[in-house]
Design a protein around this ligand. Structure first.
Ligand code: FES
Length: 72
């Protein structure tokens, strides 16, 4: 699922960046470009990143977005 449309960053790419050592939103932005253009993805990107950092699955809002996308 795309989290950052401006830079085509997916939730998988965010988890991969975390796995490669990104542990702050600055790191994530630097490595992927996420959140550096319009900024509308920042809240969800942070949630995905926080979930990855804490070893949780997808954040609740991401799951909700996936359900909305699959129903449309
Ligand atoms: S959607 Fe991520 S910067 Fe625009």
């Amino acid at each position: 699922m795309f989290i950052c449309v401006c830079h085509a960053v997916t939730d998988s790419a965010i988890r991969q960046a975390v796995g490669e050592g990104a542990n702050s939103f600055r790191d994530l932005s630097f490595s992927t470009g996420c959140g550096t253009q319009c900024g509308s993805c920042v809240k969800l990107a942070r949630e995905v990143m926080d979930a990855a950092l804490t070893g949780q699955g997808s954040p609740k809002s991401a799951v909700k977005l996936q359900l909305m996308a699959s129903n449309s």
